[in-house]
Design a protein around this ligand. Structure first.
Ligand code: LFR
Length: 497
């Protein structure tokens, strides 16, 4: 079979990429066509996404792809982070500048929501962990403080759906990303309309939900003209980046919960794959989430603050006039003293601090630990704390599923941090397999390939990734000192401010 080309647009919180996935029978090769930066834009005391700027970069990437792969291209699809949305008016105008999930307007919204609907009912209806960044609380904040746009909204689209609309004119929400909103009922696969009415949020703007792999249409004429692409299909991949990443885990164990994954980037999403949402009391107490995946699977997982801690330390150093790259920071951490100070990575103060170094210092002060001073001490504290949090989550996953976890797969850009990979194996006391870095992009294009009939199942998607990419293995070491550290970490979580 000649090489088929599928274009994947993968937008992350720090950068976006247009990728070409070249499928040749049982092997896939992913090529980065164009990379551009992304990030929150401060706008008059708020944080927004520059979606028009992103669209312009996507068009540039698609033009470059057209020049290189022209007639070989079968389809295009977009994935991004979850929860954020745009509103379109009746005349299909973008209403306002879309908010970034770290904008502070949602503060207090969880409290407000549960004063109207019991928290357990919200969990039973949506199966989602409680995080104030969820779409539900963003919509509630809008309804409470500035309902004009909501009242005018004819269509609600999540960020990837918005780009699919720009590409093809389709106005639907893809399922995997819809499950990140806390607005969807995993049992019915439809919007949790009762919950919306109890929270007095309008529901008329909610479009149809479609599964990953749905053909949404073909490129608009104007996009073809602008980019030089032909009338190719626009296919919804698993539009939630984590769903795409987990679809591309190189495992031959699809269908069992004896392996865990960590999709590691700005966030660390750690969980197992299950065949139906886990909604019991214990999942609620532990604040676990059930996000929809490919082929009817669910990701039982927890959001862990992830390498955001390191990214923000780096930015804080930059503001102090010190520009360091990630490898310099990792090297400094590698030679710093072990377990000098620990933090709960998921303490709310770390979500959007003005200055991450100050936030970590304050946490250490309040918990009577040595305050980090050097770069190495800060980063070591962040990485050890993340690895210890992984161990806690591993234990909870085993408790919820009743299945011991034999191996952890880490995928995504975070796998480049070898120190964290080794810490994870040490802390969790199971082998860690890392790679591919580009799991999200691979998952995106392989779901498109499945829609085109070139691949048959989730298991085959994973087999192709296994055949096509390199992985590394880390064996657990230093079990004794990590076991002592986990004791200390447990005490910290119990007594933390
Ligand atoms: C990762 C991710 C997480 C989601 C967070 C915010 O990029 O998509 O899964 O919880 O971003 O949307």
């Amino acid at each position: 079979m000649p090489e088929q080309c599928f274009l994947g647009v993968d937008l992350g919180a720090e950068s976006g990429r247009v990728l070409a996935g070249l499928l040749d029978g049982k092997q896939i090769r992913l090529e980065e066509i164009y990379r551009f930066s992304n990030g929150p834009v401060p706008v008059a005391g708020t944080r927004r996404w520059n979606v028009i700027g992103l669209w312009s970069s996507i068009l540039k990437g698609l033009s470059l792809a057209a020049q290189k792969y022209g007639d070989q291209i079968t389809s295009v699809g977009v994935d991004t982070w979850g929860v954020d949305y745009v509103l379109l008016s009746e005349k299909q105008e973008l209403l306002g500048q879309p908010y970034h999930y770290r904008d502070s307007r949602t503060e207090g919204m969880l409290k407000l929501a549960i004063s109207r609907v019991p928290q357990e009912d919200i969990f039973n209806e949506t199966g989602l962990q409680f995080m104030e960044l969820n779409t539900l609380y963003q919509l509630l904040a809008m309804q409470e403080t500035d309902p004009d746009f909501l009242n005018q909204a004819e269509t609600f689209l999540l960020i990837p759906d918005f780009f699919h609309w720009l590409l093809s004119g389709s106005q639907v929400v893809e399922f995997t990303n819809a499950t990140t909103t806390q607005c969807l009922n995993p049992k019915t696969g439809d919007w949790a309309r009762d919950l919306f009415s109890n929270l007095e949020i309008p529901t008329t703007m909610l479009p149809k939900v479609v599964p990953p792999g749905t053909k949404l249409g073909t490129l608009r004429d104007e996009v073809m003209q602008h980019t030089g692409l032909g009338k190719i299909d626009v296919i919804a991949p698993a539009t939630h980046d984590t769903a795409s990443a987990v679809a591309a885990i190189p495992t031959s164990h699809t269908g069992t919960a004896d392996w865990a994954y960590i999709s590691s980037g700005t966030w660390s999403l750690m969980g197992v794959e299950v065949n139906s949402a886990v909604l019991g009391q214990r999942a609620f107490e532990l604040n676990f989430t059930n996000e929809g995946g490919v082929d009817g699977t669910y990701r039982l997982l927890k959001n862990i603050m992830g390498l955001w801690l390191v990214q923000e330390c780096r930015r804080a150093y930059e503001r102090r006039g010190k520009t360091l790259d990630y490898s310099e920071l990792a090297d400094a951490a590698a030679t710093a003293d072990a377990f000098r100070s620990l933090v709960d990575p998921d303490d709310p103060r770390f979500l959007s601090p003005d200055d991450m170094l100050d936030a970590i210092k304050n946490y250490c002060e309040e918990t009577n630990q040595p305050v980090p001073e050097t770069e190495g001490q800060f980063i070591r504290c962040a990485l050890e704390s993340l690895a210890l949090k992984y161990r806690k989550v591993l234990g909870w996953l085993e408790e919820l599923t009743g299945t011991p976890i034999e191996v952890i797969h880490i995928v995504g850009g975070g796998t480049k941090n070898k120190l964290l990979n080794q810490f994870t194996a040490n802390s969790c006391q199971v082998p860690v397999i890392t790679g591919p870095v580009e799991a999200t992009g691979l998952g995106n294009v392989l779901v498109q390939a499945r829609a085109a009939g070139s691949v048959s199942s989730l298991a085959e998607i994973r087999e192709i990734v296994l055949n096509s990419t390199e992985t590394n293995r880390y064996e657990p070491q230093e079990s004794e000192i990590w076991n002592q550290a986990i004791q200390r970490f447990d005490d910290l979580l119990k007594s933390a401010p």
